[in-house]
Design a protein around this ligand. Structure first.
Ligand code: ZN
Length: 328
């Protein structure tokens, strides 16, 4: 044996990515489409085949410290059962942990993908550079994920379902959401929400079948007023969501990641000025002026790890603790 490695998997609704990690770097990675139309047993088989393939390559010379599977939520922990996951239709009640462990014949760590992204930002991204050990992260992707890390540990709540700020209400009676409620943060700050809002704002955009959030961001950057109005709405909704998080949690760092954070320069100025109006805790703590010399400032930053945060967090988790089955 010449060292230790881990295996991380990011199980997404569209893509399945697996990686072997050693000496601070992802050494080998596998990317596959998530074959949801073939059924969940096929997806689990693909996932386990990818893990086995990576382990075959590393096993002769290295010891595996753990395997982490990152999954969309809601995920009941420690049981490892999916509860009506919007991005994995038909998987409600599925015992994902048991299915994977009985295929691999070994224990795994199972974690919500947004929690893993938050952990990665803490250990290898914005948290590392600021020397902090607590943060709250929002991942703006197809949906909006949320992870909260307190004193270096993911905060799971009683059932593993903490960190669902994507479904905090920012607009009562607003757009219907996959969670069954209306006006959730996700309905105003996700990539799919940007496309929906752009089509609501403009009949010209409504006629564009293949419109993406990146298209809308590019149009906003080029001065299109309708596209800019969409991102004003994104910034406003984020400010409302962050106000609640900051006022409740008083953490030092809030990280905005995911694909839509590429439009940071477009939505962040509005978000910051709204936040300064909405959150008195942010006003007091954002400059350090109102607090003592030793107090930590509240910072809102863009994520540094891009779309690999979830996969990297999955690789890092086994190194941050021993494999503790049953402990969420
Ligand atoms: Zn919702």
């Amino acid at each position: 044996m010449s060292g230790f490695y881990s295996v991380g998997v990011d199980l997404g609704g569209t893509n399945l990515r697996a990686a072997a990690y050693r000496d601070g770097e992802i050494r080998e990675a596998i990317a596959l489409p998530t074959r949801l139309d073939h059924g969940r047993d096929s997806v689990v088989r693909d996932l386990c085949d990818a893990v086995r393939s990576l382990m075959r390559d590393f096993a002769p010379d290295h010891e595996c410290v753990g395997i982490t599977i990152g999954s969309p939520g809601p995920l009941e922990l420690p049981a490892g059962i999916l509860r009506s996951p919007p991005n994995l239709p038909g998987w409600d009640g599925f015992g994902l942990r048991d299915a994977i462990e009985s295929n691999l014949h070994q224990p795994i760590l199972l974690e919500n993908d947004a929690n893993l992204a938050a952990l990665a930002e803490l250990r290898a991204g914005s948290g590392l550079h600021s020397g902090l050990d607590s943060l709250c992260m929002l991942t703006l992707g197809t949906g909006v994920g949320n992870g909260i890390v307190l004193n270096g540990e993911v905060w799971h709540g009683s059932n593993g379902m903490a960190g669902e700020a994507g479904h905090a209400i920012v607009e009562p009676d607003g757009a219907p959401c996959g969670c069954g409620s209306r006006g959730c943060l996700e309905q105003y700050t996700s990539a799919s929400a940007v496309v929906r809002m752009a089509k609501e704002h403009s009949s010209r955009l409504r006629s564009m079948d293949s419109l993406t959030a990146s298209d809308v961001a590019r149009m906003a950057a080029q001065g299109n007023l309708e596209a800019q109005a969409v991102f004003e709405q994104v910034g406003r909704a984020l400010a409302i969501g962050l106000t609640s998080l900051i006022n409740v949690l008083n953490l030092p760092l809030y990280v905005i990641g995911g694909g839509l954070s590429n439009a940071w320069d477009i939505f962040a100025p509005g978000m910051m000025s709204d936040l300064a109006r909405f959150s008195y805790i942010y006003r007091i703590t954002s400059t350090g002026n109102g607090t003592s010399q030793t107090a930590t400032r509240t910072q809102i930053v863009r994520g540094e790890l891009g779309d690999k945060a979830g996969l990297l967090g999955a690789c890092l988790l086994p190194f941050t603790r021993s494999v503790a089955r049953g402990t969420p």
